[in-house]
Design a protein around this ligand. Structure first.
Ligand code: COI
Length: 356
């Protein structure tokens, strides 16, 4: 797989749409910046990528991904430092993860030149779209689609890679209430739970709609064999503080997404000397810890949500309330620490931040 030319063609907008956007009240996922990057894969190679004005796509109704879901995506965030310089959080980790998703979904690897250089060029061009107030960022959405005009079922031969960016506020505005799911299943060993395949999110819509009707915000998925071991929450990895130990399910069985925020959280906690265990966690262990007053904190982690505190976990008729969030040590510290690194207020000792 090679790039015909690693240069990126740039076709700029004639007039920015930025004045149409209320940056002071920005929400998640509603507005899109002036430009997007598009690259096509055909005849076994990625063609020259282009940055062009953000626009609708024109595709045949027979396009593969529309029927069979051969589609994957990533989520990344860019911030601005106090001196107004754009910086992107760990994009190479997302690039590598996209290629793991691509492999499992029989899609081509995307090159570093197109993903990373393209992303940097795009963010540089639309740097005015990066909001600067606390809890805001430029959310970056790279995605790949199978675009053969063919409705037989086989891996496609043509693909499209696109990056769009979106000025974004927080994904969750308040702590979340979680329902422990033991009817529907998100992932099995050998499945696609570890990928960011579109279908992983599509399949969650119905169970999520059902629990929202019951007044909960998100699902805590459990394993499909016994509904006993916890996996992920909605669109996030999950962490619990039990006594003085932070626990999170392991990513060893291909059922759980290897979150970049998850990895950052584990790194920061270990450096602070806090014990972190990546191990199977049963819902019974959480119930016992909660009833004995040892379940101190619970939170989700993800690019969009960053650190999302959980105020209650419900399993059948057992509603486990967490202590008041203002009293939490771990999640509140992590949120601040990550924000300080991302907005360039604290030294980036891990080389996580990439300039444009
Ligand atoms: C992310 O956290 O970036 C995600 O991809 C989750 C979501 C918004 C689907």
């Amino acid at each position: 797989m090679s790039v015909v030319s690693k240069d990126i063609k740039v076709n700029k907008i004639s007039e920015s749409r930025i004045d149409e956007v209320d940056m002071a009240n920005i929400q998640f996922g509603k507005n899109y910046s002036d430009h997007m990057l598009v690259a096509y894969y055909e005849n076994g190679a990625w063609q020259q990528p282009q940055i062009m004005p953000y626009n609708n796509l024109s595709l045949s109704p027979a396009t593969t991904f529309m029927h069979y879901g051969q589609a994957i995506f990533e989520g990344i965030k860019a911030y601005k430092t106090a001196d107004g310089e754009p910086i992107i959080f760990r994009p190479r980790d997302n690039w590598k993860r996209m290629n793991r998703s691509a492999e499992r979904m029989a899609m081509p690897h995307i090159t570093e030149e197109i993903f990373i250089d393209g992303l940097r060029e795009l963010v540089n061009l639309d740097r005015n779209w990066i909001p600067t107030s606390e809890d805001t960022s430029l959310y970056i959405r790279p995605f790949m689609l199978a675009i053969d005009e063919f409705i037989g079922v086989r891996p496609a031969e043509k693909f499209m890679f696109i990056i769009i960016t979106s000025p974004a506020g927080p994904y969750y505005n308040k702590p979340v209430s979680i329902y422990v799911q033991d009817q529907y299943v998100r992932a099995f060993p050998g499945g696609i739970g570890f990928t960011k395949a579109a279908g992983n999110y599509g399949m969650s819509m119905y169970p999520t709609m059902k629990i929202k009707e019951m007044g909960y915000d998100q699902i805590l998925w459990t394993d499909g064999f016994e509904h006993k071991y916890v996996q992920e929450i909605g669109t996030m990895n999950v962490f619990f503080v039990i006594g003085d130990t932070v626990v999170t399910p392991p990513i060893t069985e291909d059922t759980i997404l290897a979150g970049v925020t998850r990895d950052s959280v584990i790194t920061l906690l270990k450096e602070k000397g806090i014990t972190v265990e990546e191990r199977p966690i049963t819902i019974g262990e959480l119930q016992t810890a909660s009833h004995e007053g040892r379940l101190k904190e619970a939170f989700g982690t993800g690019t969009a949500a960053s650190i999302a505190p959980i105020y209650a976990l419900t399993y059948h008729d057992d509603k486990m309330l967490l202590p008041p969030i203002e009293t939490w040590d771990v999640a509140n510290w992590l949120k601040q620490e990550l924000a300080d690194i991302r907005y360039g207020r604290k030294a980036d000792t891990h080389n996580w931040m990439v300039t444009v």
